[in-house]
Design a protein around this ligand. Structure first.
Ligand SMILES: Nc1ncnc2c1ncn2[C@@H]1O[C@H](COP(=O)(O)OP(=O)(O)OP(=O)(O)O)[C@@H](O)[C@H]1O
Length: 252
C-alpha cells in the first residue's frame, strides 16, 4: 500500500456501510497538519461508497463537536478497492460503551455530553443538515477529556434553502425516531432533538415499553430539559440553540 499515510490495525467494529478499523499514521504530515498517531479508518467497497462520500463533506466541517475526517483515499486490499475515511479515533468509545461500563451516568456527565452534542447539532442545523440517526452509539467520546462528538452521518439529509422539513423514506433507528418521522416520514431538525431526548431518557428513566415516565428523582431542571426535547408537536419544539440556554445546561 505504497503512498498511504496510515497502516490498518485491528477492527473496531462493523456497521451497515462497512468496517471501522484502528490505524496508525507515524504522525505523518498531511496538507500541513500533523496526523494523530492513532486514527480510525472507516472503509467500504469503492463501488458502494456514495454514502461515505456524501458523509465526508459534513465530517470536514471543523466543528469541535463533530467527528473530524482528516483525509480520504482508495486502497487495494485483498483484491478489493476500498474507499477510506481517515477519521478521529474515539479513545473513549461511544456513549453506549460508556453506559454499558457504568450502568447509569451522573447528571453532571449527562449534562456535559448533551451540551457538546447540542453545540454540534446547532452547527449542522444552521446549515440545513439533519443527522436523522442521533443515538448513544453515534455519540463518540474523543481525546483525554472524552469530548462528546457526533459521528455517523450516513443517514443525514440536507434541507433545501427555505424549507424546514423534508419527506421521504424512513430514516433512523426506530427507538429514537420522532412521531412525525414514523407516521409521516417527515424530517426537520426536531427529529434530532427528539432522538437526543430519547438518548438521555433511556439511561436516566429506564426503557419503558408503555407510557413515558420521566424519573422523578432527576433534578427539576433535568426533567424539564427532557420534556422540552420530547415535545410531540413539531411546530412547538425547542431548537438546539434554545436548549443550549436551558437552565439544565447552565452549570456545565
Ligand atoms: N472514530 C471511531 N473511533 C472509535 N470507534 C469507532 C469510531 N467510529 C466507529 N467506531 C466504532 O465502530 C463500530 C462500528 O461503527 P459504525 O458507526 O460503523 O456502525 P454502527 O453505528 O455500530 O452501525 P450502523 O452504521 O449500522 O448504524 C461501533 O462500535 C463504533 O462505536
Amino acid at each position: 500500500m505504497a503512498g498511504l499515510l496510515w497502516k490498518r490495525g485491528t477492527t473496531l467494529g462493523e456497521g451497515g456501510f462497512g468496517v471501522v478499523s484502528l490505524a496508525s499514521t507515524s504522525n505523518a504530515l498531511f496538507r500541513g497538519v500533523t496526523l494523530p498517531s492513532l486514527t480510525a479508518l472507516k472503509s467500504c467497497d469503492f463501488n458502494a461508497s456514495q454514502s461515505l462520500k456524501e458523509e465526508v463533506e459534513i465530517l470536514r466541517m471543523h466543528s469541535p463537536y463533530i467527528l473530524h475526517c482528516f483525509e480520504t483515499n482508495v486502497s487495494f486490499e485483498d483484491n478489493v478497492n476500498l474507499y477510506n475515511l481517515l477519521i478521529e479515533y474515539a479513545f473513549g468509545g461511544s456513549l453506549t460503551d460508556r453506559l454499558q461500563n457504568c450502568n447509569s451516568l451522573s447528571e453532571f456527565e449527562v449534562n456535559k455530553h448533551m451540551k457538546n452534542v447540542l453545540l454540534g447539532l446547532s452547527c449542522i442545523h444552521n446549515k440545513g443538515i439533519i443527522h436523522c440517526n442521533i443515538k448513544a452509539g453515534n455519540i463518540l467520546l474523543v481525546g483525554g477529556d472524552k469530548t462528546a462528538k457526533i459521528a455517523d452521518f450516513g443517514l443525514s439529509v440536507t434541507l433545501e434553502l427555505g424549507m424546514n422539513k423534508t419527506q421521504g423514506v424512513i430514516r433512523g433507528t426506530e427507538r429514537y425516531m420522532a412521531p412525525e418521522s414514523v407516521i409521516k416520514t417527515e424530517y426537520s431538525p426536531q427529529v434530532d432533538i427528539w432522538a437526543l431526548g430519547q438518548t438521555v431518557y433511556e439511561p436516566t428513566c429506564g426503557n419503558h415499553c408503555g407510557k413515558m415516565q420521566i424519573n422523578s428523582k432527576l433534578s427539576s431542571e433535568a426533567q424539564d430539559f427532557l420534556k422540552k426535547c420530547l415535545v410531540k408537536n413539531p411546530s412547538t419544539h425547542w431548537t438546539a440553540d434554545m436548549l443550549l440556554n436551558h437552565t439544565f445546561l447552565q452549570n456545565s
